[in-house]
Design a binder for this molecule. Structure first.
Ligand SMILES: [Mg+2]
Length: 172
């Protein structure tokens, strides 16, 4: 499962939302309002990633206010709701940020993420990803989406590059 990443130099982490930042569940109330449940340890990891001066973006097919509030609270500026193919969205984002695909990691869980995984230097999967996503990934978490998978991924990437300790300095 562990892939040598010392030569990768990942600068940008792309996350899918449903099934990666969440367990895939969507709460719908009687008025039709949708909410989601997030993992606080994933949130800490995202803060650590930003503290390491890395870029992060969430590319989702659904979007929604709950996700926007959560990411705003964490300081994530790039939330892109993709109405079309995620691959084109990622291509545009890489150009906009000036970051090479080989220095990018994508974490996904299901087929809409597959074209993005195939584009980048370090494709990642959550533990409960579909078989196609797991097969395309160079690394997968032991935790499921919404249950600490993002924390595990960020910790793996920052420890691989020797940046974890500094990123969490002052927190522990
Ligand atoms: Mg998903």
């Amino acid at each position: 499962m562990v892939e040598q990443t010392s030569a990768l130099n990942i600068q940008l982490l792309i996350l899918d939302a449903d099934g990666v930042l969440t367990d895939g569940g969507i709460f719908v109330d009687d008025q039709g309002n949708e909410t989601k449940r997030f993992n606080v340890r994933d949130g800490f990891a995202i803060r650590a990633w930003l503290a390491a001066r890395k870029e992060i973006a969430v590319i989702t097919g659904r979007g929604g206010l709950a996700l926007r509030h959560r990411l705003n609270g964490l300081g994530v500026k790039n939330l892109i709701s993709a109405s079309g193919p995620k691959k084109k969205v990622l291509e545009d984002l890489l150009q906009q940020l000036g970051i090479a695909a080989q220095h990018t990691a994508v974490m996904g869980d299901d087929l809409p993420d597959l074209p993005m995984l195939k584009m980048v230097g370090f494709p990642m999967a959550v533990a409960d990803a579909t078989p196609e996503i797991k097969a395309a990934a160079k690394w997968h978490s032991t935790k499921n989406g919404g249950n600490g998978a993002v924390r595990e991924a960020v910790e793996f990437l920052l420890k691989s590059s020797g940046e974890w300790d500094k990123a969490v300095e002052g927190w522990g």
